[in-house]
Design a protein around this ligand. Structure first.
Ligand code: PLP
Length: 403
């Protein structure tokens, strides 16, 4: 007879409490249906549909043939890449940093995880604006901290105010997570809103962890700004995270970084040296080629996203029961679908956004991520980082099902 799991045979409580990333889960379900021969259109994945720029691929191919790239690199990353990241951060984030303040990570996701591992002791609280990217609360919890969602809604275009923060701060609060442009809402903060939030965090002596991965993707005159550049007092306690995944269509190469004060970086390097040693040498050389190659590929991709964004937002808004604030950044639209709850679709009464996402996959073969996964039930996240043609087919299927 099988015995009940004991402390020895069971897995750790910390890891057992994590759930699969909902975005990856929905994308996996869509891919399984495609593999089974179904024509599924996926709006679920947060990755550009563009190939990596050719000159990056060629630099990586040359690196593969160069034995110098077959070996370990320093745990902090290749010196030239750290230099290039410092230059990019000075240019785009307008932060006065040098290469010693940079550590290369396996994607921005690992930088998120390392930032919280370096900062948090058990029970430390982190304020996380909701709706949030699914990994933020899990990364905080895995590092022993307590994620504290700070709710925002469509009435403020999903942007935090100091009053919202005041309601959630406690004497255990150690850090504020800040992301602009945001996933899943596409919200981009204005300078004066950032100044108020940054000054509040500085006055409280909090750390700020700033995820800047969508810095290249802003539209309609909205501008990316880095929180510690807007409020320089924050710089000693700011950890800025970014990577090549989104801007250079390099999601699979897994190169990101963190930029912070030297004490934070040296702690993170110690951590990295035991976690994975270093990031793939060839991938680092590919990322170096991307950063040194200039902004042309990024601008081209942004221009395409800007057009798709107009089209998808207009067509989603025209669907019965859908309502969306036009997103100003990233490559997501986050419509409210509360108007569909309780309505009967093909004989099924819609219970909520998770139920609707299942129904859309089942009946229209369209994959989207329910807002429930981002701490915002009642919404759906559509990524428009998919081909024009697929986007058109997917939207037509929704129109046919819902109209
Ligand atoms: C806000 C945010 N940060 C980080 C990442 C992960 O980036 P990377 O692929 O560099 O790990 C994502 C990916 O969806 C994201 O949306």
């Amino acid at each position: 007879m099988p015995s009940a799991p004991s402390r020895v045979t069971s897995l750790s409580r910390r890891v057992s409490a994590i759930s699969e990333s909902a975005t990856l889960a929905m994308d996996r379900r869509a891919k399984e249906l495609v593999a089974a021969g179904q024509k599924v259109i996926s709006f679920a994945a947060g990755e550009p549909d563009f190939p990596t720029p050719q000159m990056v691929v060629e630099a990586a191919a040359r690196a593969c043939h160069d034995p110098r790239a077959h070996h370990y690199t320093p745990a902090a990353g290749l010196p030239d890449l750290r230099e290039a990241v410092a230059l990019k951060t000075r240019r785009d984030s307008r932060l006065p940093v040098d290469a010693s303040q940079v550590m290369i990570t396996s994607g921005t996701k690992q930088a998120v995880s390392h930032a919280f591992t370096v900062l948090l002791d058990p029970g430390d609280e982190v304020l996380i604006p909701a709706p949030y990217w699914v990994t933020f609360p899990e990364a905080v919890a895995l590092a022993g901290g307590v994620p504290v969602p700070v709710a925002t809604d469509e009435t403020t275009n999903f942007k935090l105010s100091v009053d919202d923060l005041e309601r959630c701060v406690t004497d255990r609060t150690k850090a504020l997570l800040f992301v602009s442009p945001s996933n899943p809402t596409g919200a981009v903060y204005r300078l004066e809103q950032m100044r108020a939030i940054g000054e509040w965090a500085a006055a409280r002596g909090l750390w700020v962890v700033c995820d800047e991965i969508y810095d290249a993707f802003t539209y309609d005159g909205a501008e990316f700004n880095s929180l510690p550049a807007v409020v320089p007092e924050l710089q000693p306690r700011a950890i800025c995270l970014n990577g090549v995944a989104k801007a250079y269509a390099m999601t699979g190469w897994r190169v990101g970084w963190m930029v912070a004060a030297p004490t934070v970086i040296s702690a993170a390097i110690n951590l990295q040296s035991h976690v994975c040693g270093n990031i793939s040498n060839v991938s680092q050389l590919a990322a170096l080629a991307a950063l040194q190659g200039g902004l042309e590929p990024v601008r081209e991709m942004r221009a395409v996203f800007a057009q798709r964004r107009q089209r998808i937002a207009a067509r989603l808004n025209a669907l019965p029961g859908f309502e969306c604030v036009p997103p100003e950044g990233a490559f997501y639209v986050f419509p409210s679908v509360q108007g569909l709850v309780g309505r009967s679709l093909e004989g099924h009464v819609v219970q909520g956004s998770a139920d609707l996402a299942d129904l859309l996959l089942d009946k229209a073969k369209v994959a989207v991520v329910p807002g429930d996964a981002f701490g915002a039930p009642g919404f759906l996240r559509f990524s428009y980082a998919l081909s024009e043609e697929d986007m058109g087919v997917g939207l037509a299927r929704l129109e046919a099902l819902l109209s």
